[in-house]
Design a protein around this ligand. Structure first.
Ligand SMILES: [Zn+2]
Length: 334
């Protein structure tokens, strides 16, 4: 399947943190041809298993997205909300949103706050066009979550879309699963839940799988914008990031060296990825049980968590190629 076709299906599926049923169904259909067994645990994690000999290698990509959760419906019909994951008021103002039942709205700014430089997320509200609380409640209840609207498109080798974090990682794992010919491992593909609210889904899933090696596939920052503060080291179009560290993990040097050597032998473009803050499933996997070899394949991404994110399609291609080659290459550890 072409990258854009895959990303279209994945980014359109509903799945804010805690409400991943829609995206889980989409991924189940896409990964099923390439694995032996698929199950869903109590946290909603999707665990796809390709049975094999040898050590257990776990690939993890989170399938939840950031979103908004309705807390109050005001008498005029305005919806107040809390955030699911890290969002800034500046990023989300006047953005369109959609609920799982198809109800649409826009994130609005109070008139007296329009020029406010210190606009807070709590100042904002969602307008679904309802004239009263009663009318709004016919479509939306407190506790309902919504996500950004958007239509992915490709231009200049880049993909522009909502929720490349981390549907790009999900796409990479599905594509890698399709490509793997001779796995050297008992292979698991985990599509985890609630990553954006604190890597919650991966913890019980990794505990249950008990992997020898765990590799998270997720987006990372991109150090190529005007005014860069050097918060991260990777840039768009220079290949898959091999995680060295982020705010949640320092990857074992032996594992980083192995990933780099596999990439070099297969002539897959890669770059060393260092992110000063923020975390991924890799951090949770590393400290599971008695400790796990943990790494990351990172996809450089601009404007992470904003309504439109941008990645390079060539980096997705490199990430899928690297994941597939790693699954076909032995790692002995210390
Ligand atoms: Zn992510």
């Amino acid at each position: 399947m072409e990258w854009m076709e895959l990303l279209n299906q994945l980014t359109r599926a509903f799945g804010p943190s805690g409400s991943e049923g829609g995206i889980r169904k989409t991924i189940t259909d896409l990964i099923a041809p390439y694995v032996d067994e698929i199950k869903t645990d109590a946290m909603g994690n999707l665990i796809a298993h390709r049975k094999g000999e040898g050590k257990r290698l776990l690939f993890s990509a989170h399938m939840d997205s950031v979103g908004l959760l309705v807390t109050h419906v005001e008498k005029e019909g305005w919806l107040r909300f809390h955030q699911l994951g890290g969002l800034t008021a500046q990023d989300i103002r006047r953005q369109g949103v959609v609920f799982e039942n198809g109800t649409r709205g826009v994130i609005a700014v109070p008139e007296d706050k329009e020029e406010d430089r210190d606009l807070k997320r709590a100042d904002l509200f969602i307008d679904v066009g309802a004239d009263s609380r009663e009318e709004a409640l016919k479509q939306v209840r407190p506790g309902d979550a919504c996500v950004y609207t958007g239509t992915p498109f490709a231009q200049n080798g880049k993909v522009f879309s909502n929720y490349l974090d981390d549907r790009a990682g999900c796409a990479v794992l599905i594509e890698a699963a399709r490509r793997i010919q001779n796995p050297q491992y008992d292979l698991y593909f985990l599509f985890s839940t609630q990553e954006e609210v604190g890597t919650r889904g991966v913890k019980p899933a990794a505990f249950g799988i008990d992997p020898d090696i765990g590799i998270a596939v997720d987006v990372t920052g991109s150090d190529d914008l005007p005014g860069s503060d050097r918060w991260c080291s990777s840039v768009l179009g220079k290949g898959a990031g091999i995680k060295v560290m982020d705010g949640s993990v320092v990857c074992q040097p032996e594992l980083v060296a192995w990933m780099s050597a596999v990439a070099e032998a297969a002539e897959i473009p890669v770059q060393q990825d260092i992110l000063r803050s923020g975390g991924t499933d890799a951090g949770a996997i590393q400290v599971t049980r008695g400790g796990v070899w943990a790494g990351g394949i990172d996809i450089p991404c601009r404007y992470t968590h904003a309504p439109v994110e941008v990645c390079a399609l060539s980096d997705l291609e490199a990430a899928a190629a690297l994941a597939a080659r790693l699954a076909e290459s032995g790692f002995d550890g210390r």
